[in-house]
Design a protein around this ligand. Sequence first.
Ligand code: ADP
Ligand code: MG
Length: 271
Amino acid sequence: MSLNPLNYGKTCTVPPVPGEAALEIEHVTFRYPGAPEPALEDVTLRIAPGERVALVGPNGAGKSTLIKLVAALEKPASGSIRIYGNPVGSCHHRVALVPQRSEVDWRFPVTVRDVVMMGRYVHLGWLKRPRREDHEAVERAMEMMQISDLAGRQVGELSGGQQQRVMLARTLAHDADLLLLDEPLNHVDVPTQELIFHVLEKLAAQGRAVIVSTHDLGILPIHFSRAIFLDRHVVADGPVGEVLTAETLARAYGVHLCTERVEAINGRVAG
Ligand code: ADP
Ligand code: MG
């Protein structure tokens, strides 16, 4: 599937319900049309505002599918998804998605500044012209991602790391409360990775909820307090130090790592 970066066109006035979770998924099952088995089965999880959660699992585990359901790009067959207390899809304003790079059509003829401005359309509605505050939000977002000098370039001409910065800048301009990043670190250089994590840390400190799918176990103890291991259903969910165990990895990945290797990933082994 190719995602047009112009996914969201709806303004929204639904307020968050005070005290509700940023994301609450209950007993969600989803099957792609014609697929022999569900991509997700009876998934239940709850994420609070301010949490930075890694969604971890092997290829085909259902990470992207779960993210698409939360972004209202797919509909669950059963179960419920609530975002800040409201049914999924009722407020695109509040949810921003950085899709997996491979799912974006990078040949789309737009400049960096245009893509970042797309993050503002949820606030603008389709037919309105950007206001001064929209232009300012776009410039701020590009500065934060250190891409101001690329503003006039076509996105298709950029490197993978630069494109990922553009997508995150679009998300910053969107000013959402729930951020979904699907494998944002794939094919991205180390300075861009560091910048992404720095920005995500800031956003979480502002009380926004951040969900990042990844299969890179090494980054979990450094950048996340919580990990949800997925393999069509939730295999483990909790503080990284507790769930990142040889047993979880065996259940999620079907591989058996020795305890020393797991402890090394967890950073508990000195030297
Ligand atoms: P992950 O992101 O963890 O690699 P996905 O959510 O992409 O996993 O895929 C979960 C399962 O759903 C896989 O078996 C995959 O082949 C299947 N799948 C994903 N997208 C589609 C689609 N558009 N149509 C049919 N099956 C799909
Ligand atoms: Mg995926």
